[in-house]
Design a protein around this ligand. Structure first.
Ligand code: ATP
Ligand code: MG
Length: 188
């Protein structure tokens, strides 16, 4: 334990450069999206401009959307809002996802955005609506100081390999399985 701490401390001492990071938060445990929005708050606290693309069904408004969407310096897109995911029609879902990715890509080309959250991006990847190669190519050409946080369960290996920081949230217990529905302020 002590030795591990020494190794970590030495690594922290050596770390002296800045770079836009690609972070990936995956796994089945709770805390992926809420962590990403925690970083969004941090970035805003430093006066940075930020972007969010949520690849979820735009059904219920979350607390994070209610709070962040109208803050100055925030560019917020719910991709899937106004048109429906899971039509059981692969061609249509693919088109929806790709239209959504075109919006995300614009943010990855915008030098003014210091941090971009791509929430639940692994979802359209898992269903084959988006190609991981397309995503990686756009991530690779983003502004060098732009940070990107990707969340979602079951991240593909290629995304894990490309990311600078990867954390897997492990599910130990969730109140949902005791019959407690999603709670405002905690789950949404
Ligand atoms: P959060 O947004 O709370 O950080 P998450 O992004 O890690 O959660 P998702 O896979 O996006 O988790 O799931 C979204 C919703 O499901 C949230 O309401 C979250 O609290 C809940 N949830 C997360 N993990 C679990 C789990 N292991 N069992 C049941 N519900 C979960
Ligand atoms: Mg999530």
């Amino acid at each position: 334990m002590q030795r591990k701490k020494v190794v970590v401390d030495a690594a922290i001492d050596r770390a002296d450069r800045d770079q836009g990071l690609l972070l990936l938060l995956t796994g089945n445990g709770k805390g992926k999206s809420s962590s990403a929005f925690g970083m969004l708050a941090r970035a805003l606290g430093h006066g940075m401009q930020v972007g969010v693309a949520q690849f979820i069904k735009g059904c219920s408004t979350t607390g994070e959307e209610g709070f962040f969407r109208h803050q100055p310096g925030v560019c917020w897109h719910v991709l899937g809002d106004g048109f429906t995911w899971e039509t059981q029609n692969l061609a249509r879902d693919t088109e929806t996802a790709q239209r959504g990715w075109a919006v995300a890509r614009e943010m990855l080309r915008d030098e003014s955005l210091g941090l971009v959250v791509l929430d639940e991006l692994t979802y359209p990847l898992k269903y084959g609506w988006l190609e991981v190669e397309t995503i990686l190519a756009d991530l690779a050409t983003r502004p060098p100081m732009q940070h990107v946080v990707i969340t979602g369960r079951a991240a593909p290996e290629a995304l894990i390999n490309a990311a600078d920081t990867v954390a897997e949230l492990r599910d130990i217990k969730h109140a949902f399985r005791d019959g407690v529905r999603a709670q405002k302020g905690v789950d949404l």
